[in-house]
Write a protein that binds this ligand. Structure first.
Ligand SMILES: [Zn+2]
Length: 420
């Protein structure tokens, strides 16, 4: 039997699933070659659908702006001046796996066995996918084996619309003013870029873009990028004796001198890393591109200093070689901004507990839209969606967990309304 976290979640599940299955069929894959916002027209197809649905539900001011952002308001049912609360999800899917022609499959009352998808021999094995183990009885949604599912983040989109539809149909339930936003291009790091925080007008917001049941995230990596350029001396190899300085060989020495235990594959939890993700070179010039991550600004600075010292020691050993290091800051740890507003996380914890779930406070080993939004003055932690194995053809979602997320949003409104 399917297990729901509450009667409310069970009530929301059928319409939630119907919406989710419609949204995942729209190809909204974003592209890293962004020349406009959104980066791909498919995102607008879904965004236009969402505007229409929001209006049908009763959010009359729903509109799509020129940059592909959907915004809408559900007015408060309590008097006074409770602050407006934002709900945010992204419409695009990852460029890393196809999002065209998604054919979702609902595996009702999952029996715990290996799920075999009809295309490309794709399988979901609970022995490998740890989150899938223990989901017996859940209704599991997958794609068909040759595309991602798009639960990241159409689960979040469907949960927000289902929650606001329920609230709009139940004016007797207490709620503050809710502001809804659906953003483009999150997967390529631009979800917050053209987000008009002032026009949104919320005091705080929540992204529904997490994964496992109960997740509540208010902490991300703080991230920088380092580009190391080494210049050597090019000569004909036949006349190179005592003259050639090979920039690519120097780049290899720099890489070999970096600590092997400070890499993404050798670290976990709260440990940071230096991740070299691209190297290219000739005799005359070599370029090393790396990202540097930590939860602590000071430690991140120490990793950058280590990278700098290592490159300087190697390249500096030959006075004819030249070195240039360019470091750019990418995103902050959102906790720095959210911890000034303790209510924002407390209310989410209360809402999740209200749904009978123990909050899971995991730091994100990456960035989210919430990192930049929080820095832009809109404190925005991230809440679970019930989707798993993102950015892969094995992506799946649990209907019961998605329903729990939608019910959590309904409770979130109630907790805020009572706090005013
Ligand atoms: Zn996402």
């Amino acid at each position: 039997m399917a297990r729901f976290t509450s009667p409310l979640a069970e009530e929301l599940a059928p319409t939630l699933l119907e919406r989710f299955l419609r949204y995942v069929r729209v190809d909204t894959q974003s592209t890293r070659d962004r020349t406009q916002s959104p980066s791909t027209p498919g995102q607008l197809d879904l965004s236009r659908m969402l505007v229409e649905e929001l209006r049908e539900i009763g959010l009359d001011d729903a509109e799509l702006d020129e940059n592909g952002y959907v915004m809408a308001t559900l007015p408060a049912t309590v008097d006074g001046d409770a602050p407006a609360v934002g709900l945010i999800a992204h419409v695009d899917t990852s460029p890393d796996e196809s999002g065209a022609g998604v054919e979702p499959i609902v595996h009702r009352a999952y029996d715990g066995s290996v799920l075999t998808l009809p295309r490309n021999g794709a399988v979901l094995d609970p022995a490998v996918l740890r989150e899938l183990a223990g989901k017996e009885g859940h209704d599991i949604v997958t794609a068909s084996g040759d595309t991602l599912l798009g639960a990241d983040d159409k689960a979040g989109v469907a949960e927000i619309i289902t929650a606001v539809a329920h609230l709009a149909a139940h004016p007797e339930l207490p709620r503050p003013t809710l502001r809804v936003a659906f953003t483009p291009d999150e997967e390529i790091g631009h979800g917050a870029t053209l987000f008009d925080v002032e026009r949104f007008g919320a005091a705080c917001a929540y992204t529904l873009d997490g994964s496992k049941l109960g997740e509540l995230q208010d902490e991300t990596f703080t991230g920088s990028e380092a580009i190391i350029t080494i210049r050597g001396v090019e000569t004909h190899p036949g006349f190179a004796t005592g003259k050639m300085v090979n920039a690519t060989r120097l780049a290899g020495e720099v890489l070999a001198a970096l600590p092997a235990d400070l890499t993404p594959e050798a670290t976990a939890d709260r440990e940071g890393f230096i991740h070299v993700y691209e190297v290219g070179g000739t005799v005359g010039k070599a370029v090393i591109r790396a990202i540097v991550r930590d939860f602590d600004d000071e430690l991140r600075e120490q990793h950058i200093a280590l990278l700098r010292r290592t490159a300087e020691a190697v390249v500096g050993a030959d006075p004819r070689a030249r070195l240039d290091i360019e470091v750019t800051h990418q995103y902050p740890n959102m906790r720095t901004y959210i911890e000034r507003f303790p209510d924002v996380v407390e209310v989410a914890e209360e809402a999740i507990r209200g749904e009978g779930i123990e909050p899971v406070r995991t730091p994100i080993r990456g960035g989210t839209d919430g990192s930049r939004l929080s820095q832009m003055g809109l404190p925005t932690p991230n809440i679970f969606t019930g989707g798993h194995e993102y950015h892969s053809v094995r992506e799946w979602a649990s209907v019961q967990e998605m329903a729990a997320a939608a019910a959590t949003v309904v409770r979130l409104a109630e907790v805020w309304a009572k706090r005013r």
